[in-house]
Design a protein around this ligand. Structure first.
Ligand code: BGC
Length: 764
């Protein structure tokens, strides 16, 4: 394809037609000139529908490997693992002639209630963006495009088609966009999908600031911006803003609107050409990398290999939340009671557009039987309702009679958690909690297995001897569970999100979800950033997870103790397996600004590293590199990232709540922010600037010093020993006074003219 030639040979109508899909999953072909390519869901498995297309996944799709969902695999904190999953996804796409896989989803977990949290990675943008980059690079290594979604601020399912998310610029940059930024800049996905919602009043598919200023201009993104299915609105505004492809299609009136806008001079033709060029480049990449049926690998071979990878991923992503008296691993031969319908109908994925037709998904009962375990089984609760069914409970109690250990598989059914709606609370269904209480009264060790896409409240945790969070672990999750339960694999996942004690502790709880406008009042304080700032105890902190072994951290080496924001610094730590079995450890690096002049989180994740499998006694040195961005916050005065000079503590830990080693680093910010003073600038800020203080002293005369002088206090009759204190108080009072107000208090010494002169000099 010679893109220049094609563009010059296209009519205006043909160009416009390319901006809309031809069908549910295809771009628009133009006979003899432009072929069509196919894109389909994603993210954690291929969902290519064979029959009629629909975005809810009602119609069957081809068999494909269902890997652990985004929320699950992020608990592995393993960018290589997710890269390999991406490769496998890409291979399956090639086998089915799919050119773009719609994923990963990288929206932040603002609230644990978001129905789609099972698909998203984390509450932390640093972790999320790095995992996303691994996913994208893996898919694209196979010549298949990835499509990062949903850009941006799509954090609730309620009214997702029309909600206006109102977010301040700093929060947008530091939290919601940061999750996309690194992934887009480094892994360069072929596509970016816009979210359904509005952000600060504009729909994402026609958002000049998000698409134009940030994505295109600042981040230099030159790939295709596609709408979420049905998310596009005004076609002309879209093209103007930097949007390219409306899906699904066809939508003839949208094409016509673009033609008319070009004809009547409302849309510059270059804008449309730029958009067409991006679409053609995408099509070209898709066609060039297409392997074709001749190169297709045998499904049997591919699926076997990918199932093994799905098993590895499920194992690495499960998080052991509790393990009292080392009840786990189980002893071979222990008599088990397996309770809970999920053990039979495995909840291994979430509901909605990501639903995969798994190649196989053995359930826990089958896998236990194959492993030779002796067990009894009862469903325990009904999944369709919340109400307790006594028959089910009795069956469960009976099944436990001979058992030495009870495996209780609880979780969130599809009716509670799915794309398209949000959860109403953070609890497990009532019948599950009731069952847990009744079983715990038997006094036998209770091992709770959790199959869910997001945190639940666990006031019952004390009654369980062990809790293993499997999340939505993909088609091999049951096999992974059995390996973990028997210690054939050692749990090494850590939570990529906080589990708060109760929903009300979450910073968005007071206004989540909203119907028309959602004001993100908590700002940058989401997840652990909030809980730490509020000193709120949580059930399980961000980055937490247990292991069957233990690790010692020592030998922290910081290459230098002082850097500028233009330099990088490296840091290394030794991690030693001090327990009796092999295991992997996730080491986390947080940065804490010691005395910031603006409000900042107590600490933020700026690095992580997962060791290889360490044998007992074995050590590994893990290394981190920090650069200017690791210390920066987004400064809205200069509309840029800014590093404030000062001390930063580097905290190395096993979780956000378990810091093992630390070191201090002094960072010098090289950028100066020249303040712009107005009549509204506060006296305190002015007096903190030596040049401004001097000028004010000269022009406003004794008035400024008069506000805080001890002599004034003495003159007013205060005894000598109190004069200083009183003067300081009156000085503090004046700190917030806007400069212009001095006109009113100067007894004529500061006039409007003088004020303007002063401002002129200050801003020179
Ligand atoms: C979802 C997207 C998905 C698309 C196509 C939408 O409803 O939000 O994530 O890729 O449908 O199925």
């Amino acid at each position: 394809m010679n893109i220049d030639e094609i563009i010059s040979g296209l009519t205006l109508e043909e160009k416009a037609s390319l901006t809309t899909g031809s069908a549910f999953w295809y771009t628009q072909p133009i006979e003899g000139k432009v072929p069509a390519i196919m894109m389909t869901d994603g993210p954690h498995g291929l969902r290519k529908q064979e029959g009629e297309a629909d975005m809810l996944g009602i119609n069957a799709s081809v068999p494909a490997t269902c890997f652990p969902s985004g929320a699950t695999v992020c608990n592995s904190w393993d960018a290589d693992l997710i890269f390999r999953i991406g490769q496998a996804l890409g291979e399956e796409c090639q086998n089915h002639d799919v050119q773009v896989l719609l994923g990963p989803g990288v929206n932040m977990k603002r609230s644990p209630l978001c129905g789609r949290n099972f698909e998203y990675f984390s509450e932390d943008p640093y972790l999320s963006s790095r995992m996303a980059a691994g996913h994208i690079s893996g898919v694209q290594s196979q010549g298949v495009g990835a499509c990062v979604k949903h850009f941006a601020v799509n954090n609730q399912e309620t009214c997702r088609y029309s909600l206006d998310a109102v977010v301040d610029e700093r929060t947008l940059r530091e939290i919601y966009l940061a999750s996309f930024e690194e992934a887009i800049r480094t892994a360069k996905p072929w596509m970016v999908m816009t979210a359904y919602n509005k952000v600060n009043g504009d729909y994402c598919s026609e958002h000049p600031h998000l698409l134009g200023d940030i994505l295109r201009d600042e981040w230099g993104y030159d790939g295709v911006v596609v709408s979420d299915w049905g998310a596009a609105n005004d076609p002309v505004r879209g093209v103007e803003a930097g949007f390219d492809l409306r899906m699904p299609g066809p939508v003839p009136c949208a094409d016509e609107a673009i033609v008319q806008a070009v004809q009547n001079g409302k849309l510059p033709p270059e804008k449309l050409d730029a958009c067409v060029r991006r679409i053609l480049t995408l099509v070209q990449k898709g066609i060039e990398h297409r392997r074709g049926p001749e190169a297709a690998r045998s499904s049997a071979e591919l699926f076997a290999e990918h199932h093994a990878l799905a098993l590895k991923a499920a194992e690495e992503s499960a998080v052991l939340l509790k393990n009292e008296k080392n009840i786990l691993p189980l002893q071979k031969g222990q008599r088990l009671a397996v309770i809970g319908g999920f053990a039979k109908n495995t909840r291994y994925q979430g509901g909605g557009s990501s639903n995969v037709n798994a190649t196989k998904a053995p359930n826990l009962l089958e896998v236990l039987a194959e492993a030779g375990a002796e067990y009894t089984f009862a469903r325990g609760f009904r999944n369709k309702v919340d109400a307790v069914d006594e028959t089910y409970v009795q069956e469960a109690l009976d099944a436990c009679q001979e058992a030495e250990v009870i495996l209780l598989n609880l979780g969130l059914p599809f009716r509670v958690e799915s794309e398209g709606f949000d959860r109403k609370d953070m609890k497990l269904p009532n019948n599950q909690i009731d069952l847990l209480n009744r079983l715990s009264a038997l006094g036998k060790p209770l091992v709770v297995l959790l199959s869910l896409g997001a945190p639940v409240e666990t006031p019952w945790a004390d009654q369980a001897a062990a809790v293993l969070a499997l999340y939505t672990g993909g088609q091999a999750v049951a096999e992974a569970t059995v390996r973990l339960l028997y210690g054939e694999a050692n749990p090494c996942g850590k939570l990529a999100e906080t589990w708060p004690r109760q929903l009300e502790d979450n910073p968005s709880a007071l206004n989540y979800p909203q119907k028309d406008t959602a004001v993100y009042e908590e700002g940058i304080y989401i997840g652990y950033r909030y809980y730490e700032m509020k000193k709120l105890p949580v059930q399980y902190p961000f980055g937490y997870g247990l292991s069957y072994t233990s690790f010692l951290y020592d030998g922290l080496k910081l290459e230098r103790v002082e850097i500028t924001d233009q330099e990088t610094v490296s840091l290394s730590v030794n991690v030693t397996n001090t327990g009796a079995v092999a295991g992997r450890e996730i080491v986390q690096l947080y940065v804490r600004p010691v005395a910031p002049s603006v409000s900042r989180p107590v600490k933020e994740l700026k690095g992580f590293c997962k060791t290889r499998l360490l044998q007992p006694g074995e050590s590994e040195t893990v290394r981190f590199a920090l650069d200017g961005r690791s210390f920066a916050y987004y400064n809205t005065t200069i509309s840029d990232w800014f590093v404030e000079s000062g001390r930063y503590d580097l905290l190395v830990g096993a979780s956000s709540a378990d810091i093992r080693l630390s070191a201090a680093l002094f960072v010098k910010g090289t950028r100066e922010i020249k303040p712009v003073y107005t009549a509204e600038s506060r006296i305190g800020d002015l007096m903190a600037d030596p040049k401004a203080a001097q000028l004010i002293g000269m022009i406003a005369g004794g008035q400024m010093s008069g506000m805080s002088s001890a002599q004034d206090a003495k003159d007013s009759g205060f005894p000598d020993e109190d004069a200083e204190d009183v003067a300081m108080d009156s000085g503090a009072l004046g700190q917030d006074m806007p400069l212009g107000k001095l006109v009113n208090f100067s007894g004529g010494r500061l006039s409007f003219d003088k004020l303007n002169m002063l401002l002129g000099m200050l801003n020179q």
